[in-house]
Design a protein around this ligand. Sequence first.
Ligand code: AMP
Length: 629
Amino acid sequence: MQTMRDFHYGSIHHRDNFWREQARRIHWETPFERVLDDSNLPFARWFPGGRTNLCYNAVDRWLETRADERALVWVSTEVDQTREFTVRQLYDEVNAVAAVLRETGVEQGDRVLIYMPMVPEAVFTMLACARLGAIHSVVFGGFASVNLAQRIDDAAPKVIVSADAGSRGGKVVAYKPLLDRALTLARHPPTRTLILDRGLAPMQTDPARDIDYAEARARHAGAEVPVVWMESTAPSYILYTSGTTGTPKGVQRDIGGYAVALASSMAYIFDGKPGETFFCTSDIGWVVGHSYIVYGPLIGGQTTVLYEGTPVRPDGAILWRLIEQYKVNTLFSAPTAIRVLKKQDPALLKQHDLTSLRAIYLAGEPLDEPTAQWVADSLGKPVIDNYWQTESGWPILAAQPGVERVPTKFGSPSFPVYGFDVRIVDEATGEDMGPDEKGVVAIVPPLPPGAMTTIWGNDARFVETYFTSVPNRQVYSTFDWGRRDADGYYFILGRTDDVINVAGHRLGTREIEESISSHAGVAECAVVGVADAIKGQTAVAFVVLKSAQVGEPGPAADALRREMLAVVDDQLGAIARPSALRFVQALPKTRSGKVLRRAIVAICEGRETGDLTTIEDPSTLDQIKDSLQ
Ligand code: AMP
């Protein structure tokens, strides 16, 4: 058996052979001409000339061997329903929606925006888009109208697919009014929307625009829509992510490279086989959901479990119960979920037969050692911390038990994944750092198959954002600090920018600041991420009011605070709502006017602020301290 080191070396130094071999894992209708076109780095074109289709690889290809096997299991503890779909049934559902979309005029290259809760119809729609060669843009259901409108304007979808409502923690969350608001805010809203009526929330419909999902599906039941064979490098989807500016970036991914990367990861990272069952607790609105609820498991011939619910309802054993019931082999979740479960009765962990489970994969945010230790000890299963980003599409750092079994170290997402030429670089010189030295986690181009290919509609921003921040060399910056120890294990040490991570969800502090600042009473504000025992970080806002008196403690200040938080809820969604909003007279700034965020965070976390020679007015730090009392 080869070692991980050799395997990784081969992926970088014998790149074409390596990926040509991996490309056999998927179906190509037309063989590719080359493995990689790297004539215009940092743009990488994987498998150019090849024609394939994500939907074909996820669904049609398995009809021959797995037609009557389960492909998708949907469990909702929110509405107490379970639905199961064999490969054949999934094929039928996907074809019906594809026919509906085609009827509304969706063609190859058109965008379809999906704003849906965790229901099977969301998966059918994603796959239907892939079948037609249309580009989906899934917007997380927790986002609100302003976020949605921004994404509508950027992607210019021909159709939006949505639902009356979702449900979270037993509470109905209406989607349709948010969508209607977003459509009035958008500059170029689409003329057609396809709406799934779950009967959860009454809604107003516009007969000229809204098409009823169930009715349209019934009309197209039994339809067979031919697969559109797509150029490997054509876009499969856009997924927006936050950065340091207020404008989200549309991460664009290809088709062939993505399919190959995911297919290979099912074997090497997840050590799985067709016929197994994969349970990923993420949301289809995030990259983990795209890759490991929808495409990865299905392309790998596995059953995927789609779960609408939280890890603690009806009780803290629900995840373990589902693992037993569906004989789940792989669980993929986030550290926050495990930290929540850690607070539950330990007896809940012992009630279920977890023999089918091989390992637990956790990603999306730092996995602290005590949590990793706790879950490993409690379940007696390997815990695989893996590090990645919306941009990478699949893990950058991870243990890869399908290649070689190597012990893990708690607190470390282990080693670079094959295809990723990961370096720890000096932010000042761009040079590679030695063992145990802290630097920026960077990737030498080309980014491997499956990673983002550009920013939707903005090639220049792709290069500018990701490939120019490290001096003296063109490398991709992850904007994370990291270090590698003497044994080659990597550690992630936090972001280099103002992006924060709340319960595994990346939030741009700028977006939240802009939202709060849209309230007429705000002069300026700063939002920072502060350490939180459960969620990793929470957002805390410091606001300077136009009229100083209003900020004095009392009912008027409380009312104003509520108003401002309501603006964030309304514009961005409750997910972005700061856990605290405090009024101050002035923000701590440097003499050149830059807000001293790190100092604010240090004060909030009860740490020393360090050297602040550039501060303009030191008394502003006391105000921050006082506001925390
Ligand atoms: P997102 O694109 O929303 O998935 O967020 C990606 C960011 O989450 C990364 O840049 C890291 O800051 C953080 N992240 C993801 N996975 C891990 C991990 N395993 N350990 C530490 N940080 C992580």
